[in-house]
Design a protein around this ligand. Sequence first.
Ligand SMILES: Cc1cc2nc3c(=O)[nH]c(=O)nc-3n(C[C@H](O)[C@H](O)[C@H](O)COP(=O)(O)O)c2cc1C
Ligand code: SF4
Length: 444
Amino acid sequence: MHPLECRRLLPQDLKPLTVSGYISQGGGLAIKKALSMAPADIIEELKKANLRGRGGAGFPTAIKWGGVRNEPCPTKYVVCNFSEGEPGTYKDRYNILKNPYHLLEGIAIAIHAIGAKEAYIGIKKKYKPQIHRLFSARKEMENSGIIQSGVIKIHLGQDEYLYGEEKGLIESIDGNFPMPRNIPPYIQGVNFTPNSPNPTCVNNVESFCQVTHIMDKGANWFKSVGSEDTPGTVMCTVCGDIKQPGVYELAAGKVTLKQLLYDIAQGPVGQSPLKAVFSGVASGVVTPERFDTPLDFGSLKKVGGGLGSGGFIVYDQNACMVQAALKFSNFLAKSSCGQCVPCNWGTVHITEYLKKIEFGRGCQDDIEAILEICGCCTNQTRCFLPTQESILISSIIKAFPGEFKAHIEGQRPSQERDLVLPKLHDYNEETFTFSYDDPAKFSI
Ligand SMILES: Cc1cc2nc3c(=O)[nH]c(=O)nc-3n(C[C@H](O)[C@H](O)[C@H](O)COP(=O)(O)O)c2cc1C
Ligand code: SF4
């Protein structure tokens, strides 16, 4: 293990855990302890830990749990978001292959703390090895009496980016296409009816896993690593033009992006230096003069980037940033569900303008048009997707004006490398390589 790594969720030796191995390391004690506590005290412990959700926004978990618990409707639900559909992210699938048990335990703790009837794990049906692991682990945990039988259900969902948006995820669990509804899950949740809104608490896989360890060892232990802004560890995925792609667990805020890229992931693959890092497709681009930024929510936000779900897509100098902008915008436009006109219209038009520029038919007015649409594609929309488009694409235009100018002036490099949208499919630990989803779904 690299000295900058800090494995608390991942097994020390990275060997997949068995249920007996899990129990021998103290597995099962957290739920036992939680069941002996008043729900309010569990939420208080999470508040003391200042656990921030690991699904992207870093929202405080205690506030979310307390809010759902305090809703007057007696029927409540817990949902675990195992969609992991953002380009550049693989950490939840990696974590669960190593240890599905701490996720199930964390969900059981949430059911008790929130006063929920039951829970759903929403996982894409194409994540076959992880589904298999979850089904067997649930059986093992039910048989060993650690979790109650029948209360954690597994929902197999569509291969859509919006299956990860919490309101889309709940629509899907309710049997529909994952088109985000208007009302947030803490007000209108799973299986709602006019008389029973069923407030629902949605959290990311890693957030529930962190809860298990906080319950077991306490908030002070959790805060003994990490920063004040983001206590604890974060699981980061690194992919792209980097020597050692992979998933690494780090003390949040104590390791810089530069250390992650150069020390842990071994730096660029070839001779070409690194030029740009994208944390998924929800934040602005980070360029080398900002690589010294610590990896936590607050620090990355300050430099125009974001921690997001900890997935870092790395490009070297040979990668064309106009093409990267086009590939990301095309992904978001194709993922937009079309319910909100500014989002659907905006993402499609930005993609069309980027296409013109990338293929040498663009002009300066097209750049102005993109920036103008970025300012209004977010008007009155149901979810954050068009805001992602707006932040991401305008940041690329601002960071690489020369590349856009060169394309407009017809100086596009003749041998431009084709960039693959890094929708990660699988990871080979022997060779440190990710395989990607079939890019045909998001072809230009
Ligand atoms: C378009 C879109 C896609 C998202 N995809 C995911 C995802 O794959 N996994 C995830 O945990 N959160 C995803 N989110 C965030 C969820 O809506 C939600 O905020 C998160 O699951 C809350 O969990 P947390 O509080 O534990 O972070 C997505 C959000 C948007 C707008
Ligand atoms: S903002 Fe876009 S992706 Fe989100 S619900 Fe509206 S149309 Fe669909």
